[in-house]
Ligand binder design. Structure first.
Ligand SMILES: NC(=O)c1ccc[n+]([C@@H]2O[C@H](COP(=O)([O-])OP(=O)(O)OC[C@H]3O[C@@H](n4cnc5c(N)ncnc54)[C@H](O)[C@@H]3O)[C@@H](O)[C@H]2O)c1
Length: 317
């Protein structure tokens, strides 16, 4: 599996100052492309752009994409990643989350139509809800609570997928849809409430590590460089239908916490708290489609990815 390279050109990345978006911008710049990132910094951070903010081929436009998208010129490709993404973030910004998935996505798809370029949109494993099929294949329709605490995110992303398919069917737009499963790595926000930053920060501070429920729920974690390869592979691939990108290796939350304690050399202990409402018990991608159609699968071993991530969080303690 060799590294994917999109043709050199001018690319738009929405949510480019976020965790995944900033890694994608960096990768596109490394292959000589011009990159315009648009971000309103609602959950992103300028710190994420430090490695490449002075690159003359990079431009950041601070703009809310739910308003009019005022970006000059055409693009050779668009990657639409803008959206609050962690449960803490979308609980704080439920309306903004629904707006960016709907109005924001429409503006981005219109821009792709105007540029006559391919557009890749970031959906999520959350569209499967609390799945009754395990692991989840792309053909599974999901088990989603339309009014629960996660619904602002789940439904915003389901709408994003529906709108993207409609643009493909009505206008023949070249669209790509990825369903991202838990991804981790440097530049995650230390307080975004997700498992990896939570456990790393608690372990590095020597605080107790919080486990919701008994810790038997499983999660799988994909390192960000693997995900970026998957994004490029999907963008370059032939299918307009959704594709799962994630790492199928599962850990129970309790085992994962113990791994982080070991890797940080911490003396933290585990404490248990009640499970939040609608917390999925099992979450694991079936990536057969990505393997067969894109020749993509994650490569970075968990200990290696976590070591880099812990190094990053160490600077923030
Ligand atoms: N990280 C994961 O594990 C994961 C899993 C599934 C899906 N995703 C999807 O991947 C994408 C990126 O996620 P992330 O983890 O990098 O999150 P992130 O919060 O770090 O990045 C999202 C970026 O979008 C920006 N943004 C949000 N609303 C905006 C708006 N209206 N206008 C302009 N910019 C806006 C934010 O400021 C932020 O920089 C999201 O669409 C998310 O739903 C991520």
């Amino acid at each position: 599996m060799s590294e994917r390279k999109v043709p050199t050109g001018r690319y738009l990345v929405t949510g480019g100052a976020g965790f995944i978006g900033s890694h994608l911008c960096e990768k596109l710049l490394q292959s000589g492309s011009q990159v315009v990132a648009v971000d309103n910094l609602i959950t992103g951070n300028l710190r994420n752009l430090k490695n490449f903010e002075n690159n003359p081929k990079f431009e950041l436009i601070r703009q809310d994409i739910t308003g009019r998208l005022e970006i000059l010129g055409n693009f050779d490709g668009i990657f639409h990643l803008a959206s609050p993404a962690s449960p803490v973030d979308y609980a704080e910004f439920p309306i903004e989350t629904l707006r960016v998935g709907s109005y924001g996505s429409e503006h981005v798809l219109e821009m792709a139509k105007k540029s006559k370029c391919r557009v890749l949109v970031a959906s999520t494993s959350e569209i499967y809800g609390d799945p009754q099929q395990h692991p989840q294949k792309e053909s599974y329709w999901g088990n989603v609570n339309s009014i629960g605490p996660r619904s602002c995110y789940d439904e915003s992303k389901r709408f994003l997928e529906a709108l993207t398919m409609a643009y493909h069917r009505v206008f023949g737009l070249q669209t790509r849809i990825i369903r991202i499963f838990n991804t981790y790595g440097p530049r995650m926000r230390e307080n975004d409430g997700r498992v990896v930053p939570n456990f790393c920060m608690q372990a590095l501070r020597g605080e107790s590590i919080t486990i919701y429920g008994e810790g038997k729920q499983t999660r799988s974690f994909c390192y960000v460089s693997d995900l970026v390869e998957g994004i490029l592979a999907t963008f370059l691939g032939d299918s307009h239908l959704p594709i799962n990108l994630g790492n199928p290796t599962e850990f129970t939350i309790a085992d994962f916490a113990k791994k982080i304690i070991a890797l940080t050399g911490s003396r933290s202990e585990l404490v248990h708290k009640p499970l939040p409402e609608d917390d999925p018990q099992l979450r694991c991608p079936d990536i057969t489609k990505a393997r067969t159609e894109l020749n993509w699968e994650p490569k970075v071993p968990i200990d290696e990815g976590l070591a880099k991530t812990i190094e990053y969080f160490r600077q923030l303690v």
